[in-house]
Design a protein around this ligand. Structure first.
Ligand SMILES: [Zn+2]
Length: 126
């Protein structure tokens, strides 16, 4: 067993909770109003972030490391962060790392704005 966090789509979860809540709320029995109350509480716990995963701390760019500046949002990230966002976006670890890719047409995913950027459009920041 690993303890890797499995992300959940909060919107889908809330839609499902809302559906159950609505169903129990409109059923009009004593039992259903108790269950509606439970769904209501569950809803607010999700909305308030009780089940949100801990945000992993991202490595900052080392003073001697290279950064890549997004041409869309103008934020600069390390090669590690670009590779990480691209891997997550593609759903695979099998990508050519940004720091060793020479093809300017290769796409990488910006960790900030989540958009696909051409390598040739990224400004290298030393
Ligand atoms: Zn960006």
């Amino acid at each position: 067993m690993n303890n890797q966090v499995k992300p959940t789509d909060t919107r889908k979860l809330l839609d499902w909770i809302e559906g159950n809540w609505e169903m129990e709320r409109t059923a009009g029995t004593k039992e259903s109003s108790v269950r509606a109350e439970m769904w209501h509480e569950f809803y607010h716990k999700v909305v308030s972030g009780d089940f949100a995963p801990d945000t992993p701390s991202l490595p900052t760019i080392k003073p001697d490391g290279k950064g890549f500046r997004c041409d869309a949002c103008k934020e600069t990230f390390s090669a590690y962060e670009w590779n990480r966002a691209t891997k997550m976006y593609c759903g695979t670890d099998n990508i050519s790392p940004i720091e060793t890719t020479s093809c300017g047409d290769a796409f990488f995913v910006c960790p900030e704005c989540d958009s696909e950027r051409k390598l040739s459009g990224l400004e290298v920041v030393e």
